[in-house]
Design a protein around this ligand. Structure first.
Ligand code: GL2
Length: 821
């Protein structure tokens, strides 16, 4: 521990913080205040704060080891952590002191914090959920470890050039990462490719061993995950691939230096880059290698811990509860079997019992294109032993099915771990279901649809395995850190226990009718909007009016999320204003943000449509600034922290039955934005909690979507029978927003008119009418503010602490194990 901070775990004083900071500036960065760059200052501060956490981190690990606590291992290919500095300072309870100490040195805390490159090691909701969950696990003092991949390049940095998305590499490690500690001593070896062979062991037993084509080393990098004002700091352990032998000596000795190094480069490619596809499966060999790599590293690590504690490997399930965050780590089922059977010589039946009791699987999507399957040939090439193990699991499983459902051959092929309907594939969701003791969806509706549809055959087999755990988000990052104004107002009213126990936010309800409180609430929203307006101006050059309604849709760009439905509404309003320039409309600023997968052309065209409509609307004098359309580039955790607190209206407009849960919807609600949305994902539960008055509902239900699809849906009827929709689509199609280029948006508009897979035209009128209702409500500022307060006050269910308690009780069967101080 840093001497300047004291040797115990009591919080440092302001003087101590200043001294530690200056020490780090000199001894870590080797600079003085006079010549330090902003990055030097950030690094010195980050190290100072890290020092404040190390003792707790160390004690937590020692306590778990001594108590043999059952640990949750959260396996996720993505952890979208967002910047650490502010969050760690907040969780330490040091925000005021640190800000004051930094100010006394003539510096500004926010300025330094802005220097941090956020680790964007995730695509969107799924990766961010993992980050919220490990915050909650630590805050609830549950022994846990997060396992993932230390991608050298995270999600790409998005810029907008000429209205189009352009991708740039995300060099987040450029200046080093002060929050991680490398532990080379816990490196593990990972095999890939090759073949298997049989042999007879010393006891005369018939066994199989894997003769790999290559091996790579997995090196762990640990970061402390400090809970909110507790003595628990769990670990996030991310694996980096390295060459086992940096040099290929035979090649080197032949004088081919570059050839010798190339093996090193190939091995390290494994953890180079995060695949930027959200909810679609690319089927690339490197991706399978990444998945296997981090899962095998993590399982070997857990076995090491288990053996170190002197516990037998047959009790692995008593030491660890492993949560599979989607199917990306599902190969773990086969890998644990391999480790137990091949490497630890446990008999199959016992190994299978242990495996099944260890794993639980969360499904995060109903979209068929997101369900991972690997071509059998590719799978066999990379993981020959695992394919054999999967065949064995499958044979035993299908036997069970045969006995349960005598003569039902089609059920067997539907349930099989191998898809044999055409080219053969390994179905990862099936492997996860068979190898897990619990299976859950991420919102009530989603879990119901899983049982009815995607996993119906598994539900018929094992109804008792199925459960729902509705997602949640951490109120620490998403309110306390990102909305300090609202945080202090709320804490003045009801005390600050709500940050730890978010169900207590309901105590705010009576304040909805308190005129003074409401005035403050409204003023805060306005201040947050002014701040965001400044950012928008700086990043896009577009000036917006903080007194207009901020109507926001930020999330990945996807057809099913229907950003283009919001565009149809904007064009309709524009069209009305052009026909009647004196029309009395509520001034609105439409703010969009989100990344499109680089190969997803339709999504990129939607971005171009948004920016093109913006170019016209923002500059048309007839609009007189009453409508503004802004696309904020590079939506990220950092940007989100500014956006959610400044929103009036939250757009959650996916086609019902498509969005598994959504979590942005929760962040908006907590920050006082009212929702316009469909009955999809967690929207259903948000509406139930906050009350119908706080939720502008439109569109078909999931049931109605199924029914309409079954009847046969003809989008052109909607086009023909709705004059305004007709005009809107024609206007876009004509090239009006694309400088006369009638081809540019043709693919989008033609699809809407001919197939419209996400039923925008069906929901169009209901959406536009609902937006009219939003306008009428917004005109009465007091009424809107009252609803905004009620909305936030009733968002208590959507804390990730509640989600984690649900998992702990229903899935993992673990409880808190506080670390004594
Ligand atoms: C997602 C779902 O689409 C989203 O609705 C859900 O909130 C999150 C977290 O459960 O998971 N599934 C998925 O593959 N991504 C998601 O965001 N990327």
């Amino acid at each position: 521990m840093n001497a300047a901070l004291g040797r115990d775990r009591s919080l440092p004083t302001r003087e101590g913080l200043k001294r530690a900071f200056l020490d780090h500036l000199l001894y870590t960065q080797n600079k003085s205040l006079a010549i330090a760059s902003r990055n030097d200052l950030y690094q010195a501060l980050a190290h100072t704060i890290r020092d404040c956490m190390l003792r707790t981190w160390f004690d937590t690990a020692s306590s778990y080891k001594a108590k043999h606590s059952r640990m949750v291992a959260y396996l996720s290919a993505e952890f979208l952590m967002g910047p650490y500095l502010g969050n760690n300072v907040l969780n330490l309870g040091l925000m005021d002191e640190v800000k004051a100490a930094i100010a006394e040195l003539g510096l500004d805390f926010d300025d330094l914090a802005n220097q941090e490159e956020e680790p964007g090691l995730g695509n969107g909701g799924l990766g961010r959920l993992a980050a919220c969950f490990i915050d909650s696990l630590a805050s609830l003092e549950i022994p846990a470890i997060g396992y993932g991949i230390r991608y050298e390049y995270g999600i790409f940095y998005q810029t907008i050039i000429d209205g189009w998305q352009v991708e740039n590499t995300d060099k987040w490690l450029r200046y080093g990462n002060p929050w991680e500690i490398q532990h080379a001593e816990w490196s593990v070896e990972i095999k890939l490719g090759g073949r298997t062979e049989t042999y007879t062991d010393d006891a005369g037993k018939f066994r199989v061993r894997w003769v790999p084509e290559k091996t790579v080393a997995g090196v762990p990098f640990d970061s402390p995950i400090l809970g909110y004002r507790v003595n628990t700091a769990n670990t996030l352990r991310l694996w980096r691939a390295e060459a086992t032998e940096a040099f290929d000596f035979p090649t080197f000795n032949r004088g081919d230096y570059l050839g010798a190094v190339s093996k090193k480069v190939t091995s390290e490619n494994l953890t180079k880059v995060l695949y930027p596809n959200d909810e679609s499966d690319q089927g690339k060999e490197l991706r399978l290698e990444q998945q296997y790599f981090f899962v095998s590293c993590s399982l070997q690590d857990m076995l090491r811990i288990q053996i170190n504690r002197g516990q037998p490997v047959t009790e692995f399930h008593l030491a660890f509860a492993i949560q599979l965050n989607d199917t990306h780590p599902a190969i773990g089922v086969a890998e644990l079997m391999r480790l137990l059977v091949d490497e630890h010589q446990i008999v199959w039946e016992q190994a299978w019992d242990v495996t099944r009791q260890t794993f639980a699987y969360t499904n995060h999507t109903l979209l068929p294109e997101a369900l991972e399957r690997w071509p059998l040939k590719l799978f066999e090439r990379v993981l020959p032993r695992h394919l054999e193990i999967i065949y064995e699991i499958n044979a035993r499983f299908l036997n069970e099915v045969r006995i349960r459902f005598l003569g039902d051959e089609s059920r067997l092929s539907r349930l099989s771990l191998i898809d044999e309907s055409g080219e053969r594939y390994v179905r990862m969701a099936h492997l996860a279901c068979v190898g897990s003791s619990a299976i859950n969806g991420v919102a009530e509706l989603h879990s119901e649809l899983l049982k009815r549809d995607v996993l119906a055959d598994f539900y018929a087999m094992w109804p008792e395995k199925f459960t729902n755990v509705t997602n949640g988000v951490t109120p620490r990052r998403w309110i306390a850190l990102s909305n300090p104004r609202q945080t202090s107002l709320v804490s003045r009213a009801i005390g600050n226990d709500w940050i730890k126990d978010f169900s207590r936010i309901k105590e705010l309800e009576p304040f909805a009718d308190d005129a003074g409180f409401a005035a403050d609430w409204q003023a805060i929203k306005r201040d947050n909007k002014i701040e965001l307006a400044g950012q928008l101006l700086q990043r896009t050059g577009i000036r917006v009016d903080p007194d207009s309604m901020f109507d926001v849709q930020v999330k990945r760009i996807h057809e099913y999320k229907r950003q283009h439905l919001a565009v149809l509404h904007i064009v309709a309003l524009y069209h009305r204003l052009k026909s009647d320039p004196n029309l009395d409309v509520v001034p609105r600023t439409f703010i969009f943000g989100g990344k499109a997968a680089p190969g997803y052309h339709r999504a990129k065209l939607i971005i171009k449509l948004i920016t093109s409509v913006g170019d016209v609307v923002n500059n048309d004098p007839a609009v007189r600034d009453r409508l503004k359309v802004v696309f904020l580039p590079n939506f990220s955790v950092t940007r989100g922290q500014r956006i959610y607190p400044a929103a009036d209206l939250s757009e959650q407009i996916s086609l019902a039955g498509k969005e598994a849960s959504g979590t942005g919807n929760m962040k908006f609600a907590m920050n006082g934005a009212l929702t316009i949305g469909t009955m999809d994902g967690a929207n259903v539960e948000i509406r139930e909690e906050v009350g119908a008055d706080q939720f502008f509902l439109f569109g078909l239900t999931a049931e109605e979507v199924y029914a309409l699809r079954a009847r046969g849906y003809s989008p052109s009827d909607y086009y023909r029978n709705n004059a305004e929709l007709h005009a809107v689509l024609d206007l876009i199609r004509s090239g009006f927003f694309s400088r006369g280029d009638a081809n540019l948006f043709a693919p989008l508009i033609d699809e809407l008119m001919h197939t419209d897979p996400y039923m925008l035209l069906v929901d169009y009128q209901s959406y536009v009418d609902c937006q009219g209702e939003v306008d009428r409500t917004y005109r009465d500022t007091q009424d809107w503010t009252r609803r905004s307060i009620l909305n936030a006050a009733r968002s208590g269910k959507f804390s990730s602490d509640r989600s984690i308690r649900d998992y702990a009780e229903r899935v993992w069967k673990v409880g808190p194990a506080p670390v004594s101080s």
